[in-house]
Design a protein around this ligand. Sequence first.
Ligand SMILES: C[S@@+](CC[C@H](N)C(=O)[O-])C[C@H]1O[C@@H](n2cnc3c(N)ncnc32)[C@H](O)[C@@H]1O
Length: 178
Amino acid sequence: MFAHRPSNRQRNAWVVSLLDVQPADRVLEIGFGPGLAVAGLVRAGAGHVYGIDHSAVMLRQASRRNAAAIRAGRVTLITASADQLPAALGGPFDAILAVNSLGFWPAPADRLAELRRRLAPGGRIAIASQPRCPGATADTSRGAAHDIENLLKQAGFTQLSTETLPLSPPVACVLAAS
Ligand SMILES: C[S@@+](CC[C@H](N)C(=O)[O-])C[C@H]1O[C@@H](n2cnc3c(N)ncnc32)[C@H](O)[C@@H]1O
């Protein structure tokens, strides 16, 4: 379902475009699901894409979708939870993203503060949300953006800006710098 809904594809492609990745960029995605954004980041020319997801089912799907890039040494996907970033993940990263994932993390402000420490100087983060609760509207998306902005500020991020993709309901993506 995550992989085939047109809005999920649009949402992930849009967030990737907002990050404007460069060939030397090391990018980390938290909660990659079926790996749509990972594939988009590879197509966009990111140097190396790392991803963690706590679901073994999602790891299998994302690994199938990105098999060629994994073989080529451009993608590393790991089963792990956002609250226990594996040492093997390394870093620092030039960009970090999470799409419809932060809402599931325990203590998200603490998780974001840890991710900020994993960013290289000048690194950026993109946290996106398209509310999936029944009856979600543009107001629900605005509320989600507001919550993400507050969490990013609590975690010490600066230069926040919020973008909106007008789907139904809209996707909100908050970008920030380390
Ligand atoms: C709604 S899906 C979104 C998947 C993908 N980002 C997308 O937009 O297509 C949320 C994903 O986050 C993962 N996830 C949820 N909580 C997590 C956590 N604490 N640590 C790592 N991954 C998590 C889930 O396994 C799932 O793959």
